[in-house]
Design a protein around this ligand. Structure first.
Ligand code: NG1
Length: 404
């Protein structure tokens, strides 16, 4: 991919790029829709990544070609308050970090660049955050903005909200700070990563339903609505906790509430004061946070069956309580389990995109074969299989380096 990016650069701009930024996509193993509630997640960075070859300019222009010609060239002036491209345009993921760095650090120096990515787009593998991270890293280096890694991950998460999705901070944190061979438990407010090596015998299979989840339009609306529902549910539960004198201090966040009451009492209060959708959303968030803690322990003790059971429970909760699954995600997870996976769940925001399934080395071929025959071949969608179905390799976080 690097050679291709360099060749395109030389064709488009006179001369060669000087630096390369790379930022990986990720697969979230467990902990969905918890990050924006400041509750932990457990993702790992994967071998699919964004590569961005750049050469700094002496002015404030950013000129970025995509290696994939279906994505139009992005061009703008690096100033605070960069006007957005139309909703859904990939250029917004380039403008997002640029806008943030211009506002916060008066970054003024742009670049000529070429970007290539093999992270499946709109598939729940954080392709957008990989772009935000690579561009943010390149601009920070070019403008000599030195920010500590965790603060920079938080800055990038804030930056991406420029696109209109009120996202959490999981994707930028793992893309920036992952360690090779490890998954990371990521906690928020303050951001913290605990790297946990993957047992040698474990494999995580990623399979794409083929249903795109464009984070503009309906998927963005559904996502932002979930976030709003979680905030509303939290507010009502806290009101009740305070009124009935259950705690001496007013819980200020989901983690605070869980610390003060514990999951069971928190759910008991919710059952009393919430109903319908708000109760379901709240129940998903609390039970998912508990599953993340348990999953980290299961991984540490190499308990594959236990981890798989938690993945299945996570999927069930996303389906029935959070209503973010889909017929294809349900079908594909069921096929993975039938093929011998210890557990399977949707990964990312849901409504389409990918599933992740856990298998040991002996069972993984069976899982892959069953998915190929029962999902892809059954749909006559078995072309380009390696872009849709792969074993995730736990990759290192983003980097920026001189090319020669
Ligand atoms: P995806 O759908 O993979 O982009 C989104 C959010 C995450 C997190 C998950 C759900 C962004 C950039 N990413 O991920 O922060 O909330 O959904 O767990 O908004």
């Amino acid at each position: 991919m690097l050679k291709r990016v360099e060749a395109i650069f030389e064709e488009r701009f006179a001369g060669s790029p000087t630096h390369l930024a790379r930022a990986p996509g990720r697969v979230n193993l467990i902990g969905e829709h918890t990050d924006y509630n400041d509750l932990p997640v457990f993702p790992m960075a994967i071998q699919r990544e964004v590569r961005l070859a750049v050469r700094p300019r002496d002015d404030g222009r950013v000129v970025l070609h995509a290696a994939d010609p279906t994505f139009p060239t992005v061009e703008f002036e690096l100033l605070p308050g960069i006007p957005p491209d139309p909703p859904g345009h990939w250029g917004n993921y380039v403008r997002a970090p640029a806008n943030q760095l211009a506002r916060r650090f008066a970054a003024w120096r742009g670049f000529d660049g070429v970007l290539a990515s093999d992270v499946p787009v709109a598939a729940g593998l954080a392709s957008s955050s990989a772009i935000v991270t690579a561009v943010g890293l390149a601009l920070a280096h070019i403008n000599e903005v030195a920010v500590e890694e965790r603060a920079f991950a938080e800055l990038l998460a804030e930056a991406e909200r420029y696109t209109g999705t009120r996202g959490g901070g999981m994707d930028q944190a793992i893309s920036l700070a992952a360690r090779q061979g490890c998954a990371a438990k990521v906690s928020f407010a303050p951001l913290r990563l605990v790297h946990v090596p993957l047992p040698a015998d474990w494999t995580f299979v990623v399979a794409d339903t083929g249903v795109r989840v464009e984070k503009s339009g309906p998927a963005q609306k559904a996502y932002n609505l979930r976030r709003q529902e979680c905030e509303e549910a939290f507010g009502r539960v806290v009101e009740e906790v305070v009124e009935s004198g259950l705690t001496r201090t007013t819980p200020s966040s989901y983690p605070d509430l869980l610390r003060l009451l514990g999951p069971q009492r928190t759910l008991d209060v919710a059952e009393d004061v919430l109903g319908g959708n708000l109760l379901r959303r709240f129940r998903h968030v609390i039970t998912e946070a508990t599953r993340v803690e348990e999953a980290v322990d299961r991984l540490r003790s190499a308990d594959l069956t236990g981890f798989g059971t938690l993945m299945d429970a996570s999927h069930g909760s996303l389906r029935t309580d959070f209503l973010m699954s889909s017929a294809e995600l349900d079908e594909l997870t069921a096929i993975a389990r039938e093929g011998g996976a210890a557990g399977a769940r949707l990964t990312g925001a849901g409504l389409g995109g990918c599933i992740v399934a856990l298998a040991d080395r002996q069972s993984v071929d069976g899982v892959l074969e069953t998915i190929v025959s029962e999902y892809y071949e059954a749909r006559k969608a078995a072309a380009d299989l390696d872009t849709k179905l792969f074993v995730a390799a736990p990759a290192a976080g983003a980097s920026f380096q001189a090319i020669r």
